[in-house]
Write a protein that binds this ligand. Structure first.
Ligand code: ADP
Length: 500
């Protein structure tokens, strides 16, 4: 019996999952690591801890499956995206903590570049927006803060990497310095069409080319693990950023297919096929994957507050004791009774990108109850996803046929039914919740013949639940109109002026 080992390097924990050929989980290991907050708005990780928690998770997964390295047919890697670390190639030691995607320390620099009018040019080239989220400004910050790193770069000793690159480097014993196209497309340094590091962007951000990894396919014999690490040599044959891996694990292989992960936030991705679509609506345009020489692209929109709103009901309002209780509470009423929650706790993401918006509960009357608030919270999540889906249809010129759901909050039937009603298409929940790890396993397994084709994987996908839309288009339009009116009332709140 052999397995595919998937490394799922997340923001708060490193996980390892062994999958068998029926896509079933044979063993899991997971270890959390420290979140380092040196200043408000700064978030760092210790890259050595990322590696040590990752390898311990693998050992746990292997022992859970009563397996050893020799049972592993191939390794896939998926990872928190954009987070970046730099190290010395000669010693292998990181030169500083990794700067995490959430870190806002380069916000002013991004604003300055925007003022210089560079955003349109950068968006056209990279598909991304000028935001501290992406890796390039973090790399520049690291180089500016560590002059010794620029010195090392002069003798080709400096290495940069996102977490896929770091793990592949460690697994290969320092032999491989690679990143896959999906991860490279999040750096703000890759040309979305040539799939190469772009010399003009490298100049702008003052990043030495020699420090960057080689850009490789998402599936293929990309590297070999070192005997020192894995006892036998195993192909590292799949790499993708977490959301792209989830899109692959959800078998969204045809243009127009969409997945949404309902976690703390929501990440919505649509496969748009072999030509990138540059968004008119502030969605991100990104590489989905390159498999067998064929590159496919995705449009991406994120909602900052998804399941986090349910945590807020639990931890702050204290109207539920656990997240799963929200469904029974919401089910006590047939609708939200005119209450709308706009959960703009930290501004609004796509398509608004309004950092100054703040949350609000609107439409309260004397009869408004906890149940109405619970229901409005679930609707507030679904409305935000509907907003992203609408602009995705507009940007791509494609009509949604269904939406594939995963993530913790996709277990909520009222949320899923509301979503189906708002989108007017069926919501299909994946049988396998671990779509991110599964996607990396699929990329790795396809490359070594563990699975034969994407068609075989599509056929293996099954749904644990399906929600059909039940509301009339006119009702849907009226609800969305009310929602957008509520959104317009919270725009610009923090700056004291409404932008709507
Ligand atoms: P992440 O990977 O972002 O940590 P998960 O996919 O594990 O997220 O999902 C956890 C989130 O889902 C939490 O924010 C939680 O509040 C929410 N959640 C979990 N169960 C439910 C439920 N039954 N109904 C609504 N939200 C839920």
């Amino acid at each position: 019996m052999s397995f595919i080992l998937s490394l799922d390097q997340g923001t708060t924990s490193s996980r390892a999952i062994l999958f068998d050929s029926n896509s079933q989980i044979a063993g899991v290991g997971q270890h959390e690591f420290e979140q380092i907050f040196p200043q408000p708005g700064w978030v760092e990780h210790d890259a050595e801890k990322i590696w040590s928690t990752q390898i311990r998770s693998v050992e746990d997964a292997l022992s859970a499956a009563s397996a050893s390295w020799s049972d592993v047919a191939a390794i896939g890697i998926t990872n928190q995206r954009e987070t970046v670390v730099m190290w010395d190639r000669e010693t292998g030691a990181p030169l500083a903590n990794a700067i995490v995607w959430q870190d806002r320390r380069t916000a002013e620099y991004c604003d300055q570049l925007k003022t210089e009018g560079r955003e349109a040019w950068i968006q056209e080239k990279t598909g991304l927006l000028l935001d501290p989220y992406f890796s390039a400004t973090k790399m520049k910050w690291l180089l500016d803060a560590h002059p010794e790193a620029r010195e090392l770069a002069k003798s080709d000793r400096l290495a940069f990497g996102t977490m896929d690159t770091w793990l592949a480097w460690k697994l290969s014993g320092g032999a491989a310095h690679i990143t896959d196209v999906s991860n490279a497309s999040r750096t703000l340094l890759m040309d979305l069409r040539s799939l190469q590091w772009d010399p003009e962007l490298l100049d702008l951000f003052e990043i030495p080319r020699s420090a960057l990894p080689e850009i490789v396919d998402s599936s293929g014999e990309l590297a070999e693990s070192s005997l020192d690490v894995t006892k036998i040599s195993i192909p590292i044959s799949g790499i993708a950023g977490d959301q792209q891996a989830a899109l692959f694990g959800q078998v969204c292989y045809e243009p127009g297919m969409v997945k949404n992960t309902y976690g703390t936030g929501c990440f919505i991705l649509m496969n748009v096929g072999e030509t990138p679509v540059v968004s008119k609506n502030k969605l991100l345009s990104t590489v989905a994957w390159r498999v067998a020489g064929k590159t496919e692209y995705a449009l991406e929109g994120s909602v900052f507050i998804g399941g986090a709103l349910i945590q807020w009901l639990r931890d702050e309002l204290k109207i539920i004791e656990s997240a799963s209780e929200v469904e029974a509470l919401a089910a006590e009423v047939p609708d939200a009774g005119g209450v709308t929650i706009v959960p703009a706790f930290s501004g609004l993401g796509a398509p608004y990108w309004d950092p100054y918006a703040r949350g609000a509960i609107l439409g309260l009357t004397r009869g408004a109850s906890r149940s109405h608030i619970a229901r409005a919270a679930l609707e507030g999540i679904a409305y935000q996803v509907a907003d992203v889906a609408a602009v995705m249809e507009d940007d791509s010129g494609r009509t949604l046929e269904s939406l594939q759901a995963d993530g913790g909050a996709s277990a909520n039937g009222i949320l899923m039914q509301t979503q189906a009603d708002l989108l007017g298409v069926p919501i299909r929940c994946s049988q396998i919740a671990e779509t991110t790890a599964l996607g990396a396993a699929y990329l790795a397994g396809l490359a070594v013949g563990y699975w034969r084709s994407k068609e075989e994987l599509s056929a293996a996908w099954s749904e644990s639940a399906r929600y059909e839309p039940s509301s009339a288009p006119a009702e849907r339009e009226a609800k969305l109109k009310r929602w957008r009116d509520c959104v317009s009332r919270v725009r610009g709140y923090e700056s004291g002026s409404s932008e709507a």
